[in-house]
Ligand binder design. Structure first.
Ligand SMILES: C[S@@+](CC[C@H](N)C(=O)[O-])C[C@H]1O[C@@H](n2cnc3c(N)ncnc32)[C@H](O)[C@@H]1O
Length: 290
């Protein structure tokens, strides 16, 4: 097997596992939509503005999940525009369809699609967005190239990812604690598919430039998790597709519970008077198709 073939095979296995993880996590992510909305309201507005999501625009939403930001995009473009929401996970796309139907919105279509192989014609969208999705791609450059291909000339894309570990101590604590309890060595934060994998300085900018985007720029936005208690945060993590679950899933129940207890203790460093505020920073990277 040559190197290219081996890389393609590895990416395909990774994608299949990611689909299974998000199918399993779909209901949990959907159930936490209210918390997600509160947490991501400001960065989402910024992402939509940076991608040029305006009245009448045709918008491509990649890794759309249960469709929360899809509805925000649909509201911005109005009846004269449209949004195509795509996601790898059939279960989560089904939930997005339900959310769109309940909202009574007619200008949104939801389709299952790997962001690395979008079933869309070239140069047919005015704007492309990807909220907290690209870092899960085995080959994020392919995903960014697909967004570039889908955009008309002058169209804009904006991706939102987690910043690096020093700006996201909660995620770093979760991972480090899980690995310690599993007896595994510390993780390489930049490793493909990791939550913080695109958070290194200049990493997302470099991807967009390599894919052919012009006027590439990143804005960092402070988006702390403000919740009633650390237990609310852990409840959310336990219902998501966090890599922590993959690590702890291989341990016995008692060992895994000891790891969760340890995480709770460490994360209590962010207790505030009567509540909990976990620091978190997001990177919004936008570019324009020439
Ligand atoms: C953290 S969720 C974000 C969902 C949504 N954008 C939001 O912010 O609520 C990540 C999403 O990325 C999707 N995803 C992961 N890898 C993908 C890929 N290769 N192509 C398309 N979607 C992918 C998952 O199925 C999941 O729905």
């Amino acid at each position: 097997m040559n190197t290219q073939h081996a890389a393609a095979e590895a990416a395909s296995t990774f994608t299949a596992e990611m689909r299974a993880q998000w199918d399993a996590a779909a209901a949990g992510w959907d159930e936490h939509t209210a918390e997600l909305r509160a947490w991501l309201a400001v960065p989402t507005r910024a992402m939509l503005a940076m991608a040029g999501v305006e009245v009448g625009a045709r918008v491509l939403d990649v890794a759309a999940g249960a469709g929360d930001q899809t509805l925000d995009a649909a509201a911005r473009v109005g009846a004269g525009g449209s949004v195509l929401a795509t996601d790898l996970s059939p279960r989560i796309i089904e939930l997005a369809r339900g959310r769109v139907a309940r909202a009574g919105v007619a200008n949104v279509e939801c389709r299952v699609a790997d962001g690395a192989r979008l079933p869309v014609a070239s140069a047919t969208f005015d704007a492309a967005i990807c909220r907290l999705g690209l870092m899960f791609f085995p080959e994020p450059l392919r995903g960014v190239r697909e967004m570039h291909r889908a955009l008309r000339r002058g169209g804009r894309a904006c991706s939102m990812v987690f910043a690096g570990r020093e700006r996201n101590p909660c995620i770093a604590i979760l991972m480090a604690t899980a690995l310690e309890h599993a007896g595994l060595p510390p993780a390489d934060a930049d490793a493909t598919g990791g939550l913080l994998s695109l958070g290194g300085p200049g990493r997302a900018d470099a991807l967009l430039r390599e894919a052919g985007f012009e006027d590439v720029a990143t804005v960092a936005i402070d988006a702390p998790f403000r919740l009633p208690s650390v237990d609310h945060y852990l409840a959310f993590v336990r219902r998501s597709a966090s890599p922590v679950l993959q690590i702890l899933g291989r341990l016995g129940e008692a060992t895994a519970e000891a790891a969760w207890d340890d995480m709770r203790e460490r994360l209590r460093a962010f207790d505030t008077a009567g509540a909990w505020e976990g620091p978190n920073e997001l990177l919004l990277t936008a570019g324009r198709r020439e």
